[in-house]
Design a protein around this ligand. Structure first.
Ligand code: ADP
Ligand code: MG
Length: 700
């Protein structure tokens, strides 16, 4: 058992109470396990000496050389420094100290050999190491047996004398206690299969790596383990959810066939068909469906949602679709409403703005079961909304709904919770989806409807505005419409708003009212006015729509073929991708112009270049993940599952897949971990749970 790992640090033999307190206060390290899993963030290789001639700027390295002349104080003021020169058989290098301590000069003796370690800089053609770690090289000098670990420390710790060396010796105290008892927590078959080192070897070598090779092996093993247990947890949740929650059966598909035969105007794509098959299968297992549907903008999720609803309704049940905003709800209500009307299915929309009389009617017909399809906002979650027999709930844009809301929704089923289909247009990199949504089954629409022309995307500097306007005029002359989007964020709202007004002014001058109609919409406008302006654009009366990001999840105007994004450097990648998805919905060639200032950060360049290069949402999401890290991506903050010590979800995609696969196979064979060979896993998971619980007690 791993119980000893739960010991408080204050009980670590050799560690003073003051130090234990400092570690708890500064780094939240409270138990032996906390310390054991506090990993170095980098390592210094001081096992070898590099030839001085190999030094180049920015390297951190260790050299050995003889002091060839008496060190000199040079420079004045801030620049006053002590300079010593050492030499090996290949070259010389300067060692430099600003504000040198008096004892230093005494330590530096011409003719002695020194070991110096530090970062190489280059000034005036000469290489130097400033403030090197310096030791005299003697006959008894022995190179360290391992790579030196470097832990991430705080100023507070350093003040309490817990510097690098001190932490290293604390770790050694810990290993003295725990090393003999470190037990394996993975089944042997998995260790063999993936040629992993044992847990013991891994933990020792991640703190005190004997070699670079062993370090890599240790890291692989620890990352694998982190992800593997995360996956096991998620898959078990999924398994228990299904065990615990029966789902209504939906075997009949009459309405689906009728819809295919009489009303569907196009062929479903292969991806759409595959996803619908997966959903139909889920609706007939007798267990609750919890499925995530991912598909890029324009990939045709709406029709999939509708057919899924038909599956429920064919069996006499009700279906609901919930969207995060009024605009999106309205759009779904129009789109799905049309399809429902074709099939003769009673359908209604419910939002916070629905008038009382209409609301009462809707509520009554939902309760009686007469209303089959309801489309709404959060308003659907209120207690007064009572269904007769809700079988399926479709949620658009999952990440804006919290866990509590999901629970409320579950309670809406009468006999059992409704099946849940979550749709998202924000492509999530596969690795992240596996960790974030591991408890959901995932379907992916990875194919666009045929005949779509890829959108041409160009980055243009705002100094070429004439060219942009000319291009807009050309497209408008062909009968097309144009969006011009400005950023508007809270922190700089006032300036952004002025920019928007200015931009509108500029466009109005370049596109005179005699010939063109330009509308403007933004979040600050009264709703009626905004709707009226939008309507002009939707009907094709206005050629240009100047807008803030309110259109991000809004209108669908197939005739619009140009998206101009102003100050594009200020938008995130996924936001740019979503905005671009507003065009390219019709048969015409569409364009996206990314307009920026001339001063751009490196990261902005990567974003713009990515947008020009690809329209693949998943590829874009991958770049986004690399640029920003998982913590920033939509939904991850609230999920709390990204609790990984060593794993980097974007860099370690391969390990994510391997561990997921291993976990899947294991859970399929032994969902409750009852086999004797899985006992060590049970023990470890139990210890982890106890750790979490004691953490929670501390917080609450
Ligand atoms: P999204 O996934 O962004 O919600 P939509 O469902 O709005 O995408 O679909 C975008 C457009 O593509 C709609 O106009 C829809 O009618 C059309 N569409 C969807 N599936 C197909 C298909 N298989 N063939 C042709 N057009 C399709
Ligand atoms: Mg959609």
């Amino acid at each position: 058992m791993h119980q000893y790992l739960l010991n408080p640090l204050s009980q670590l033999p050799g560690l003073t109470p003051q130090k234990a307190q400092a570690l708890a206060g500064e780094l939240a390290l409270n138990t032996w396990a906390d310390l054991l899993y506090f990993f170095p963030y980098r390592y210094e290789n001081r096992q070898h000496f590099e030839p001085i001639a190999k030094a180049s700027e920015g390297d951190t390295l260790q050299v050995k050389g003889t002091l060839i002349q008496k060190p000199e104080l040079v420079g004045t003021g801030f620049n006053r420094r002590l300079v010593a020169i050492i030499q090996d058989s290949t070259a010389t290098i300067e060692l430099v100290w600003f504000k040198p301590q008096p004892w230093l000069e005494k330590k530096l003796i011409v003719g002695l050999e020194y070991v110096a370690y530090g970062k190489v800089a280059r000034y005036g053609g000469k290489y130097s190491i400033a403030h090197p770690e310096l030791d005299v090289f003697t006959q008894t000098y022995a190179p360290p047996k391992f790579l030196n670990p470097v832990y991430s420390l705080t100023e507070g710790l350093r003040k309490k004398k817990l510097d690098r060396k001190a932490i290293e010796s604390v770790m050694q105290l810990l290993f003295k206690q725990v090393y003999p008892y470190l037990e394996e927590n993975l089944p042997e078959s998995i260790i063999d299969n993936y040629r992993m080192v044992s847990r013991k070897v891994a933990l020792l070598n991640v703190h005190f790596p004997k070699s670079q090779e062993l370090l890599e092996k240790a890291k692989f093993r620890i990352k694998f383990e982190e992800l593997f247990f995360l996956q096991i947890g998620l898959l078990q949740t999924n398994y228990h959810q299904k065990e615990a929650n029966p789902g209504l059966l939906c075997p009949k598909t009459d309405l689906v066939h009728e819809f295919y035969l009489n009303h569907l105007k196009f062929q479903l794509t292969g991806a759409q068909k595959r996803v619908l098959k997966e959903i139909h299968h889920d609706l007939n297992t007798g267990q609750q469906m919890n499925r995530l549907l991912q598909g890029d903008v324009g990939s045709g999720k709406t029709i999939v949602a509708f057919v899924a609803a038909l599956m429920a309704i064919s069996n006499g049940y009700q279906a609901a679709l919930m969207a995060p905003t009024e605009i999106l709800t309205e759009q779904h209500a129009v789109g799905l409403g049309e399809l429902a009307a074709l099939c003769g299915i009673p359908c209604a929309k419910l939002t916070g703005n629905t008038k009382k009389k209409e609301r009462d009617q809707i509520l009554a017909s939902l309760k009686s079961g007469e209303l089959k399809l309801i489309i709404g906002t959060h308003a659907l979650l209120t207690d007064t909304v009572i269904f007769n027999n809700l079988a399926l709930c479709i949620i658009d844009e999952q990440h804006r709904f919290g866990v509590a809301q999901r629970a409320k929704l579950w309670a809406k089923g009468r006999q059992c919770p409704p099946h849940v289909l979550v749709m998202t247009a924000t492509p999530i990199p596969r690795t992240l989806a596996m960790t974030l949504y591991g408890d959901l089954d995932v379907s992916i629409i990875d194919e666009l409807p045929p005949g779509r022309k890829p959108i041409t995307t160009r980055h243009i500097y705002d100094t070429s505005r004439e060219r942009i306007f000319d291009f807009m005029k050309k497209e408008i002359a062909l009968g097309r419409q144009v969006y011009v989007v400005f950023p508007l964020i809270e922190e700089s709202e006032k300036i952004d708003f002025e920019n928007l007004q200015e931009g509108f002014q500029r466009i109005s001058e370049a596109f005179p009212a005699e010939k063109y109609l330009t509308v403007m919409v933004h979040g600050k406008m009264p709703k009626e006015e905004r709707d009226a302006q939008m309507q002009l654009f939707i009907e094709g009366k206005a050629q240009i729509m100047v807008a803030t990001t309110v259109i991000e999840v809004g209108v669908n105007v197939p005739n619009a073929s140009v998206m101009v994004i102003e100050s594009a450097e200020r938008f995130g990648l996924s936001q740019l991708h979503q905005l671009r998805g507003r065009v390219g919905r019709g048969a015409d060639q569409s364009y996206c112009l990314l307009v920026t200032g001339v001063k751009l950060s490196k990261e902005s360049f990567v974003r713009l270049e990515t947008m020009e290069r690809t329209t693949d949402g998943f590829e874009i999401a991958d770049v986004d993940l690399r640029l920003r890290g998982p913590g920033d991506l939509a939904g991850t903050q609230q999920s709390g599952v990204v609790d990984l010590h060593l794993t980097d979800l974007s860099a370690d995609a391969k390990i994510v897949e391997l561990s997921r696969q291993a976990a899947k196979e294991l859970i399929a064979a032994d969902p409750k971990l009852e086999l004797p060979e899985h006992l060590p896993m049970q023990h470890w998971m139990h210890t982890q749970k106890m750790r979490k619980q004691s953490e929670w007690r501390k917080i609450s």
